[in-house]
Design a protein around this ligand. Structure first.
Ligand SMILES: Nc1ncnc2c1ncn2[C@@H]1O[C@H](COP(=O)(O)OP(=O)(O)OP(=O)(O)O)[C@@H](O)[C@H]1O
Ligand SMILES: [Mg+2]
Length: 297
C-alpha cells in the first residue's frame, strides 16, 4: 500500500485529520511531529494540534507552542497549537452559564454548576476547541497528538453527553436555540468527518512488545464499535539490523520481529509502518524532516 497517499495526504479539496493514539511513552508525540513536518514539507498547510496537557511538541519542534496557533519557524506551511484544557474549560463553563443565568433561577444554576464540575466537561471543552479548528477549513491537514489511550475514545463518545448538556442548557421545554443548533451542527459535521476514513486516519503507535499491542488492540476494538477502523499501525523503536550484532541486541531484535508479526496479525486491515530506534532524542526540524523522508516511502 502506498502509505503517503491514502493515509497521509488529503484528497484534493478535502481536509485530512490524522490521530496518533497509543499507550504512554510509545512515541505518539514524536510520530505526530514527524508526520506534520512531512505533510507541511510536501506543501500541505498543516496544523499540529495537541490535546495532551503534558505534551512537549514545543521542545520537539524547537519552537514555543501556546494555545494560539503559531507559525513554526523554519518549516513552511507548518502551524502548531496546544489546547489549554484549563482555559478552555473555564471559557466553556462561562459560555454555558452566561446563557443560563438569563433564563433560570439560582437553584437551577447551582445544579448546572455542579453538573459542569466534572472531568467530562474538561474533555468536552477541549473537544469544542478541536471542533473549532477542525471545522474551520483553514488547514489541509490536521495532525493530532493525543494523551495516552482512552482520551480520544472518550472524545468520540461525547456527542451524547454534549446533547445532554445542550438540552440542560436550553431547558427541556424551551427547545434548542439557533446558536446552539449551529454549534451542534458543526459538532456533528466534525464527528462525521472523524468517522470518514477518507478524511480521517486513526493510527496506533506501539513498540513491538506485548502490552502496547494488547492495549492498542483493545482501544481499536472500542473504535470499531463507533464504526471506525484503525488505518495505520506504527511499530516504533525497532532495533536496526546493522546494530543487532551482539547476542543481547540480536535477541531483542528477534523478539521485536516476532511482535511485529503479531502486530500485523492483530491489525490485518491496517497499513503498517516500521520506525527504527534512533541513537539520539527525536528533536529539531532537520531531524524530523530526515526521519519523515526515510519512513514514509
Ligand atoms: N524511534 C525512536 N528512536 C529514539 N527515541 C525515540 C523514538 N521514538 C520515541 N523516542 C523517544 O521516546 C520518548 C517518548 O516518546 P514520545 O514523547 O513521542 O512518546 P509519547 O507516546 O508521546 O509519550 P506520552 O504518552 O508520555 O505522551 C521521547 O524522549 C522520544 O524522543
Ligand atoms: Mg506525548
Amino acid at each position: 500500500m502506498n502509505l503517503n497517499h491514502k493515509i497521509l495526504y488529503p484528497v484534493k479539496g478535502q481536509q485530512k485529520n490524522i490521530f496518533f493514539s497509543g499507550k504512554g511513552g510509545v512515541g505518539k508525540t514524536s510520530m505526530a511531529c514527524i508526520t506534520a513536518v512531512e505533510t507541511a514539507a510536501k506543501g500541505f498547510k498543516t496544523l499540529l494540534l495537541t490535546t495532551d496537557p503534558a505534551s512537549h511538541i514545543g521542545s520537539v519542534l524547537d519552537c514555543p507552542i501556546t494555545d494560539h496557533i503559531t507559525n513554526v519557524e523554519g518549516q513552511d506551511n507548518l502551524y502548531a497549537v496546544k489546547i489549554d484544557q484549563k482555559k478552555a474549560t473555564e471559557e466553556y463553563k462561562e459560555q454555558v452559564l452566561k446563557d443560563a443565568r438569563e433564563k433560570f433561577d439560582k437553584t437551577t444554576i447551582m445544579a448546572m454548576e455542579e453538573e459542569l464540575d466534572s472531568p467530562c466537561t474538561e474533555e468536552m471543552a477541549s473537544f469544542q476547541k478541536f471542533v473549532d479548528y477542525a471545522g474551520g477549513a483553514d488547514f489541509e491537514v490536521i495532525v493530532v497528538d493525543t494523551a495516552p489511550t482512552g482520551h480520544t475514545l472518550r472524545l468520540l463518545e461525547l456527542p451524547m453527553d454534549w446533547s445532554k448538556q445542550i438540552q440542560m442548557k436550553a431547558g427541556v421545554s424551551t427547545g434548542i436555540s439557533k446558536e446552539d443548533q449551529a454549534q451542534k451542527d458543526r459538532f456533528d459535521r466534525v464527528i462525521d468527518m472523524m468517522k470518514d476514513p477518507e478524511k480521517t486516519t486513526f493510527s496506533f503507535v506501539m513498540y513491538p512488545e506485548k502490552t502496547p499491542i494488547v492495549e492498542a488492540h483493545r482501544a481499536s476494538k472500542e473504535l470499531n464499535t463507533l464504526g471506525i477502523e484503525t488505518q495505520l499501525a506504527v511499530g516504533n523503536l525497532i532495533i536496526p539490523e546493522e546494530h543487532a550484532v551482539t547476542p543481547f541486541f540480536k535477541n531483542r531484535r528477534e523478539m521485536q520481529l516476532k511482535y511485529l508479526a503479531e502486530m500485523k496479525a492483530t491489525f490485518p486491515k491496517a497499513a503498517h509502518l516500521e520506525v527504527p530506534m534512533y541513537g539520539e532524542e527525536i528533536k529539531g526540524l532537520r531531524m524530523l524532516r530526515e526521519i519523515g523522508k526515510s519512513i514514509f516511502k
